[in-house]
Design a protein around this ligand. Sequence first.
Ligand SMILES: [Zn+2]
Length: 54
Amino acid sequence: MATKILAAQNRMFKNTFVCKRCKHKLKVEPLKVLQGSVRCRKCGQSDFRPIRKK
Ligand SMILES: [Zn+2]
């Protein structure tokens, strides 16, 4: 059961990042975040963290 939940969480949170400035959630490929080619649609900056890390 725990594995099932984990798999679901991976599906839900994979590729989802949170803007460090305005906490806006954004679904994007991790590679693009690392490259810095992604900008927050709300505030326009490009500093993101993975959604799982609190
Ligand atoms: Zn933002």
